[in-house]
Design a protein around this ligand. Structure first.
Ligand SMILES: Nc1nc2c(ncn2[C@@H]2O[C@H](COP(=O)(O)OP(=O)(O)OP(=O)(O)O)[C@@H](O)[C@H]2O)c(=O)[nH]1
Ligand SMILES: [Mg+2]
Length: 192
């Protein structure tokens, strides 16, 4: 009987803990919030139903864990979104790039409200122009123009990226950019 294996394990020590960030994920119903988050958690993408209320997932990345609270995007739930903003350190906004003109306008209004909300206005935003696999999808340049993001530059604390469920590597890359912004924020001297 030998303790060497055991000792080797003990002396190696636990890996350093990954930083955790609390994020809120919003976007109209059907934009793909649950689908994207489930894929990032390697969960079975079948049987995804529209989120009623909210749903929290711990999404693991190499250098951080993101505790993402998805708020359902149905008309009846959207008016309560702001009640769930408190404590967020960053925002993920998902939109359907191939949606109707009406829905795109609603998405733009919701994004503008979020960007200007007192509890979110200083936070980094990752804006995902999802459903890019569909022929009707608008390009990221069109979305950028339509959403009038440049005047709301906010010190460039937002990232806008095209994506779709069938290219999760690109989605992961976008999240890495968001994690960089979250880390930068933490290094800043606190503003009193
Ligand atoms: N073609 C295509 N379909 C997608 C994409 N992303 C999501 N979907 C589909 O869109 C539907 C709605 O996706 P959900 O993930 O439930 O959307 P959600 O934003 O969570 O919606 P709520 O929970 O109601 O707010 C599902 O049938 C997905 O398969 C995409 O990039 N391309
Ligand atoms: Mg959902």
């Amino acid at each position: 009987r030998s303790n060497t294996c055991f000792k080797a394990l003990c002396c190696k020590g636990p890996p350093p803990p990954r930083p955790e960030y609390d994020l809120v994920c919003i976007g109209l119903t059907g934009s793909g919030k649950t689908s994207l988050l489930s894929q990032l958690c390697s969960e079975n993408p079948e049987n995804i139903v529209s989120t009623t209320g909210f749903s929290i997932k711990a999404v693991p990345f190499q250098n951080a864990v993101l505790n993402v609270k998805e708020l359902g995007g149905a008309d009846t739930i959207r008016k309560y979104w702001s009640r769930y903003y408190q404590g967020s350190q960053g925002v993920i906004f998902v939109l359907d790039s191939a949606s109707s003109e009406d829905d795109l306008e609603t998405a733009r209004n919701e994004l503008h409200s979020a960007l200007q909300h007192p509890q979110l206005c200083t936070l980094p935003f990752l804006i995902l122009a999802n459903h890019q696999d569909k022929p009707a999808a608008r390009s990221v340049q069109e979305i950028k123009k339509y959403f009038e993001l440049e005047p709301l530059a906010r010190g460039k604390r937002w990232i806008l990226k095209p994506c779709s469920l069938d290219d999760m590597e690109a989605v992961k890359d976008s999240f890495t950019l968001l994690i960089n912004l979250l880390e930068e924020r933490e290094l800043e001297p606190s503003r009193m």
